[in-house]
Design a binder for this molecule. Structure first.
Ligand code: FEO
Ligand code: CA
Ligand code: CA
Ligand code: CA
Length: 602
């Protein structure tokens, strides 16, 4: 956004909404409508959603649970009236999906339905014209569910490695299913990347090796109990010791080809990937940024070996298979003055320099004592060895589409500075960081492939009314919306950043929401709340088409703290009494929501 930028998406910020309120709130002059909800039928043979009689077979043909990363990609030549919606399904909340009686009486059925509610969805959308709301098209040709038995092809140097072979896959090249899909990114060539994040929770493991401990794998029964149904989720099973190594990757999907085989790219390393976002450097290389969303874990960058070719989709889909992998080390220029309170350093800025430490370069390991395969499969161990900077949970990491500056969203880290944990430093400046912060990286020379960079903190989040150290790049703190636990990022065509939050109810006592942030000019640091999601929900996958004045979010885990019998949320159907209309249920349903100027036409 240049100085004095105006956007067609004008709005008066909403007031923050108390965390007990079960409402989806939008600014005056806007209205909202769900595009697709958990259980909506995707195919001509899909049964209608029946929450009282859920089956694995039905769920496999319906929209999954807990939609997170979301994008809407226009289909060419359709005048903006057709598109595909991609959404992943991060995890399930059995306690609000099923009645307690069923959880107790039929756990095997519950597990099977929940498994089918994981994975990915692609579904076609249609609308009357560019001003209308989208509706999804049941039975459309591009509709697809990716399930626990969908085959993914491993690419890159670790594909075929002994570390990835199992009895069912002696080649080490084909994995069934994807787990813990969190955020993602849409590539410049039109494919979708999705990050496998909290995969460890799906495995019972020996939990004895350094790698297993470092990745949070342990010899405990899992919460979902899938190891009772399929022994590959119990990696103590002979022949399946490596199954856990086959998750924790960046997945790439071509949403325009329903017969395509999705990929898992080993070149980007294995960790709890929040997501990945790609920008093409001036020299044509594809550069992917990705954060490991774990307290005290790291920020990574991948640089492709080959270069982008405009219009050559097949070639571009190979770019993430081979290249160099780096991990970030940050240095403050005011170190020693950081007291952990989040107060500004004496030089008036949280800022400094950084370097991208090599892990794999030119096809060779840069980490003493580890092979390339080991670096890619046990990337956290490699990054430990080279001395990367321990971060406050990197969620989305996304380059700005015009400036190329990279925004790193650190959501929070309540353990910073506690006990023997790493102390606050200039780039993670708060002890017990409940509210999170955002780093702005400028690669040296504006070159996305540079190995050194400058950085500063754009925001140190919080409610200024309660936390005097909340910092908004110097913008007056009495003129901003309170914000906490930033998670997902989007940019609009006017250059504004949009931040979705996850965790504000427990930190500042407000429901999570979507916020616009001004990045440039005299209003840099201004934060304006656009919407608020229902009780217990997080805001995910924001998409902002500001020229159309349309905003889309995924509402994930509404009513998560409630039960089936005593729901905290009835979003989005809001059936409070009487008989639900056809297709409605009296329970919370994760959903993708469209916000557009009111009144809108269906
Ligand atoms: Fe699934 Fe990092 O949020
Ligand atoms: Ca999530
Ligand atoms: Ca400084
Ligand atoms: Ca997230």
């Amino acid at each position: 956004a240049a100085k004095g930028v105006t956007s067609k998406l004008d709005f008066t910020p909403i007031s923050p909404v108390h965390f007990t309120v079960d409402e989806f709130t939008v600014p005056s002059g806007y209205s909202w409508t769900p595009i697709i909800r958990w259980g909506d039928p995707l195919f001509n043979d899909s049964p209608a959603f029946d929450i009282a009689d859920q089956t694995e077979a039905a769920q496999a043909r319906q929209f999954g649970y807990n939609n997170d990363y979301t994008d809407i990609i226009r289909i060419d030549g359709e005048n903006g009236r057709r598109a595909v919606l991609f959404t992943n399904h991060e995890y399930t909340n059995e306690g609000i999906m099923f009645p307690k009686a069923q959880l107790d009486a039929d756990p095997a059925r519950v597990r099977a339905v929940a498994r089918a509610a994981h994975g990915l969805s692609v579904v076609e959308l249609t609308r009357r014209d560019k001003n209308s709301a989208w509706t999804y098209v049941k039975g459309a040709p591009l509709n697809r569910r990716f399930l626990i038995d969908t085959e993914y092809q491993l690419t890159g140097p670790a594909a075929g490695s002994a570390l990835l072979k199992t009895a069912a896959d002696p080649t080490g090249r084909t994995v069934k299913g994807t787990l813990g899909n969190c955020s993602g990114g849409t590539t410049p060539w039109g494919t979708i990347l999705s990050g496998e994040e909290n995969f460890n929770g799906y495995f019972r493991s020996a939990g004895t090796t350094a790698a297993q401990k470092r990745y949070g794998l342990s010899d405990k029964a899992t919460g979902r109990g899938w190891e009772l149904d399929d022994l590959r989720f119990d990696t103590r099973t002979a022949g399946y010791e490596n199954e856990e190594n086959r998750f924790g990757w960046v997945v790439e999907v071509d949403p325009m080809d329903p017969t395509s085989t999705p990929k898992k790219h080993t070149s980007l390393g294995r960790f709890k990937h929040e997501g990945a976002n790609v920008r093409i450097a001036a020299n044509g290389k594809a550069v992917a940024y990705s954060g490991d969303d774990e307290r005290f874990d790291y920020l990574y960058k991948f640089v492709s070996k080959d270069t982008y070719r405009e219009g050559d989709r097949a070639h571009n889909m190979t770019l993430l298979s081979e290249g160099d992998l780096y991990v970030a080390k940050f240095t403050g220029n005011s170190a020693g003055e950081i007291d952990g309170s989040g107060a500004l350093p004496s030089d008036g800025a949280f800022d400094g320099r950084g370097e991208w430490l090599p892990l794999v370069v030119g096809g060779a390991s840069a980490v003493p004592g580890m092979t390339v395969e080991e670096v890619l499969v046990f990337t956290r161990l490699a990054a430990d060895k080279v001395g990367a900077t321990k971060m406050d949970r990197c969620e989305d990491v996304e380059p700005h589409p015009t400036s190329g500056k990279v925004y790193v969203v650190c959501t929070n880290n309540s353990n910073r500075g506690k006990g023997t944990n790493a102390l606050a430093d200039e780039v993670n400046p708060r002890t017990a960081n409940r509210d999170g912060h955002i780093i702005e990286i400028t690669e040296d020379g504006g070159d996305q492939t540079a190995t050194a960079f400058g950085w500063n903190l754009l925001l140190v989040a919080g409610d200024p009314a309660k936390n005097k150290t909340a910092y908004f790049a110097g913008y007056p703190t009495d003129k901003v919306s309170p914000i906490s636990c930033p998670d997902n990022v989007a940019f609009d065509s006017s250059g504004y950043m949009w931040l979705a939050t996850d965790g504000a109810p427990s930190s500042i006592g407000y429901n999570d929401g979507l916020f616009r942030v001004t990045l440039e000019g005299p209003e840099r640091g201004k934060v304006e709340q656009f919407l608020s999601v229902p009780r217990d929900a997080e805001t995910c996958g924001p998409i902002v088409h500001d020229a159309e004045r349309h905003v889309y979010v995924s509402v994930q885990h509404p009513g998560e703290e409630g039960t089936f019998e005593e729901p905290h949320s009835l979003f989005p159907d809001y059936v409070k009494g009487g008989t639900p209309a056809a297709g409605q249920v009296r329970a919370p349903r994760p959903a993708v929501v469209q916000v557009l100027p009111a009144p809108h036409a269906k």
